[in-house]
Design a protein around this ligand. Structure first.
Ligand code: FPP
Length: 253
């Protein structure tokens, strides 16, 4: 149960997470509970995407990464994959003017080349149209999986070593980060997962080393702006130590 006390705390717009990742889970269960086809859950989930992108932009979140389709999701029934690709394409086309108007830059992380050609084409148009926008980055994780991303990075680095462009001793954590799909992006400060599941499911596993995690019991299609704001307030109360001791317990202040 939510306490009134927590609802009365105001959100501090100066200390929002810069990079926020969301694992949008529970579309299928939302549909099942209503005796609907799973695709109806994804359709309703797309409406939630719209409203959360809008509120994230209004609040001033710098970067929002949405886990929209994983490398493992290709193994779902063909009809569901097709429906998800169709929804994605519709979203990317219908929202591109909104992104432009609101200064949102769209970026893709994942295996873009595996997506259907027509989806890739619409993505490219949206990427190009929004490339100079600088108020928020909307990262869509599509055909994304951390293990594939890390494997890909290892291959890129191995090729550079083979061609003598670099030496094995040049390999550092920063170098590995710079060969991931998220190169140049800061690590996520906060990762929200909906539907009560307690796992990362191959999402930003390298990047999430020190991310705060929040598990919401709400199924993604029911996830609201109000709950989103409550989660941000919860994040603001946390003490992020990154493996060190907190300032208040440290002797050297
Ligand atoms: C997980 O729910 C959700 C997905 C695999 C896809 C997420 C897609 C959307 C929210 C809609 C399209 C995206 C965009 C960006 C327009 P699930 O199907 O695994 O749910 P379940 O665990 O209840 O079965």
């Amino acid at each position: 149960m939510k306490s009134n006390a927590s609802q009365n705390v105001t959100l501090n717009l100066q200390t929002l997470p810069f990079h926020l990742g969301i694992i949008m889970d529970g579309n299928g269960r939302w549909a099942k509970k209503r005796l609907l086809n799973r695709v109806k859950g994804h359709e309703k989930g797309t409406q939630t995407v719209r409203s959360i992108v809008t509120v994230a932009r209004e609040l001033g979140i710098g970067m929002l990464t949405l886990y929209a389709f994983s490398t493992e999701n290709w193994a779902r029934p063909k009809i569901e994959v097709k429906a998800l690709m169709m929804l994605l394409k519709k979203f990317i086309v219908s929202e591109r003017e909104v992104f432009s108007k609101n200064d949102i830059r769209v970026n893709i992380i994942g295996q873009k080349h595996r997506l259907p050609k027509d989806v890739q084409k619409e993505i490219d148009i949206t990427l190009d149209l929004t490339k100079n926008n600088d108020k928020m980055v909307l990262n869509l994780a599509l055909s994304y999986g951390s293990r594939e991303e890390i494997t890909n990075a290892v291959k890129l680095i191995a090729k550079k070593i083979k061609s003598k462009e670099m030496d094995p001793n040049d390999i550092t954590q920063d170098l590995i980060s710079n060969h991931l799909y998220t190169k140049t992006m800061p690590d996520p400060d906060l990762i929200i997962r909906t539907s009560g599941e307690n796992r990362l499911s191959n999402f930003l596993m390298w990047q999430a080393a020190y991310s705060e995690i929040y598990i919401s019991e709400t199924l993604w299609p029911d996830f609201s702006k109000d709950e989103f704001i409550e989660i941000l307030k919860n994040y603001q109360k946390r003490d992020r130590r990154f493996g060190k001791v907190s300032c208040s317990t440290s002797n050297d202040g």
